[in-house]
Design a protein around this ligand. Sequence first.
Ligand SMILES: Cc1cc2nc3c(=O)[nH]c(=O)nc-3n(C[C@H](O)[C@H](O)[C@H](O)COP(=O)(O)OP(=O)(O)OC[C@H]3O[C@@H](n4cnc5c(N)ncnc54)[C@H](O)[C@@H]3O)c2cc1C
Ligand code: FES
Length: 284
Amino acid sequence: MFKVLRKKVLSDTGNDRVVLLDIEAPLVAKKHQPGHFIMLRIDEKGERIPLTIADTNLETGAVTIIAQEVGITSKQLGRLEAGDYILDFVGPLGQAAHYPEHKHVVCIGGGLGVAPLYPEVKHLHEIDSHVTTIIGARTKEILILEEEMRKHSHQFYVATDDGSYGTKGFVTTVLQQMIDDQQPVDLVIAIGPIPMMKAVANLTRQYNIKTLVSLNSLMVDGTGMCGACRVTVGGETKFTCIDGPEFDGHLVDFDEQMRRLNMYKDKEKSALALEGCGGVGRCH
Ligand SMILES: Cc1cc2nc3c(=O)[nH]c(=O)nc-3n(C[C@H](O)[C@H](O)[C@H](O)COP(=O)(O)OP(=O)(O)OC[C@H]3O[C@@H](n4cnc5c(N)ncnc54)[C@H](O)[C@@H]3O)c2cc1C
Ligand code: FES
């Protein structure tokens, strides 16, 4: 059993709540590298879900996870409080992100993608890369981790769809501006919704800028056995859980990913309705 040490609500717009939890898991904390994720199961009846390791504290043995309450398990997770326990907390899983010596890395996070991006920004800053961070959201009130990101970035930009904060537009609006200003960019890391990662990859392909994306495929076992998380990269089948989650954005078949993510939407809606949430909002 793994103890919840701390809980914090990072944003709450009524439907889309985002919570941060520190889980006591010293062995996971010790082995963590940027890019890794964990699979958790809240209780014996629960499903397993993958979440990125957002941060670790080697002194307290805490592993920080940040979850958006989108369905049954993430909503159950959001109802936990400090002192509660989680049954399974397996990790670190996935391939750690290894960066070659880069002069300038542009890290782009969209929506909840800002959470998995945070450990990468922090790591790049620690290894003395020049870090530019661009975070985007639909509107100002759902932006998360702004201060933390700013602290580890040399250049920092925000883009909101409605223009309520920072540049009005998408993260690609800011990236295009940087390219137009002839700022040399060695690597782009983009994490967020599939349409955002696809748009970033389409833009950088034109300028031949290497681009890594982190895929949030549906997962069941997290060990390469079930095939649920398969993705086509450069015409080859890969498994996000063991080969990823980071892949070359110019080679990923994003349209197939989108279709696979939507495959169980109806079943998830009925499951939520059965739980009494009616498919929307939180069941608190
Ligand atoms: C490697 C990896 C790292 C991840 N890291 C994070 C993280 O740090 N924080 C976070 O909040 N989420 C993260 N996710 C996504 C998270 O696993 C899903 O949101 C979660 O599984 C949803 O479970 P649920 O039972 O609450 O919702 P479900 O009932 O399974 O789904 C509810 C709704 O969410 C959509 N959905 C389900 N799974 C995903 C998914 N994988 N990606 C996008 N939409 C999905 C469904 O289409 C549905 O509309 C990560 C996924 C992967 C593969
Ligand atoms: S989750 Fe089963 S193969 Fe990746």
